[in-house]
Design a binder for this molecule. Structure first.
Ligand code: NAI
Ligand code: 3PY
Length: 313
């Protein structure tokens, strides 16, 4: 079995050695421009078109992240990049859910305990106990209730917050109210105080966090974007912050990354920013998942994690 690997920034040797250890009889190599030799599996992030195009012998392509939008958008301009019938897989959790839970829970608790207000008071040397927020006024709404959104919703429900989620089809997470489809979006938004985005980037979700959505949230809402920058209309968020509709935002992802130095988001006192690291690929977990999936494919099984090209995620 031949496995090819390409990632613009990962430690390639670590991945080659790791995959070799997990599948000892495989020949694992770094793909380099000009390498047109056949392969059974490809592990990729931002793959050059020629790495995959024409390789209909591939039995699987593994994206080395959870979101496959960068690969699917390249398919728009290079439809032959993924040969017909070759399945595309993505990382399902592999250590990312726990990171998302840490990120979301710590920030929700930060807002709920009003640490942002106390930091502002501290800067004025003011000793002023504020009224507590109540859980019943702190409904958390998770947009996208898949592998990551579902876990984030569960971890916040464990802190006794009222939690709801929104997805394409109904979910059955204990203690979480599930809303599905565009027809239930307004009901989901109505009363949501903290909006957490974990949707995939698809034509249906681009720009979804806009004025219309923000205006339907509870007053003094909080917004956390952990999915993709293109989901959020940045100017609409700035307007909602200025009007007071939104009290604060925590953003991990941006339409343009790295976020340009002249972006007004940097200077806004009620926007917190992290540089797209809410959840990163954990190499060992990812390799174990890929090796397990390869074994399942080799046995003729249908492993989970296959991307639906039709749904776009
Ligand atoms: N900031 C970061 O560091 C990271 C961000 N991500 C982002 O998180 C996203 C979510 O990842 P997973 O949970 O693994 O994806 P997933 O595919 O398991 O879940 C997606 C959820 O969104 C829902 N959804 C999709 N389209 C919808 C629509 N049009 N209307 C309503 N619901 C819709 C699905 O029903 C599902 O519940 C990734 O696509 C990626 O963009 C992932 C990893 C790290
Ligand atoms: O896995 C993903 O989709 C990411 O965004 C990683 O940072």
């Amino acid at each position: 079995m031949d496995i090819i690997f390409h990632h613009p920034t990962f430690d390639t040797q670590f991945w080659l050695d790791g995959m070799q250890q997990l599948i000892p009889d495989a020949r694992v190599r770094q793909w380099r421009p000009g390498d047109n030799q056949p392969a059974d599996y490809a592990l990729v992030w931002h793959p050059p078109v020629e790495m995959l195009s024409g390789h209909s012998e591939l039995k699987g392509v593994f994206a080395l992240g959870a979101g496959v939008d960068s690969i699917l958008s390249k398919l728009q301009t290079h439809p032959d990049m993924l040969p017909e019938g070759v399945p595309l897989f993505r990382l399902e959790d592999t250590g990312m859910a726990l990171q998302m839970q840490e990120y979301a829970v710590s920030q929700v608790l930060h807002w709920f305990r009003r640490f942002d207000d106390y930091q502002a008071l501290k800067l004025q040397a003011k000793w002023l106990p504020l009224e507590d927020y109540r859980r019943e006024d702190f409904t958390i709404g998770v947009l996208g209730a898949g592998v990551l959104g579902g876990k984030v919703a569960e971890s916040l429900a464990a802190w006794d917050f009222p939690v709801r989620c929104w997805s394409r089809s109904k979910k059955n997470y204990p203690g979480i109210t599930s809303y599905a489809g565009n027809e239930e979006l307004s009901d989901f938004l109505n009363g949501t105080r903290v909006l957490i985005n974990l949707l995939p980037n698809t034509p249906q979700t681009v720009g979804i966090i806009n004025s219309q959505m923000l205006n339907q949230l509870a007053d003094e809402a909080y917004v956390m974007n952990l999915a993709r920058g293109v989901h959020l209309v940045e100017n609409d968020l700035l307007a909602a912050l200025d009007s007071g509709k939104v009290k604060a935002a925590m953003l991990d992802v941006f339409a343009k990354e790295p976020l340009p130095e002249n972006s007004p988001l940097w200077k806004h006192p009620r926007i917190a920013i992290t540089p797209h690291l809410a959840a990163v690929t954990r190499p060992q977990e990812a390799m174990e998942y890929i090796a397990k999936t390869i074994r399942e494919i080799e046995k003729g099984e249908s492993p989970s994690g296959q991307v639906s090209l039709h749904n776009g995620y």
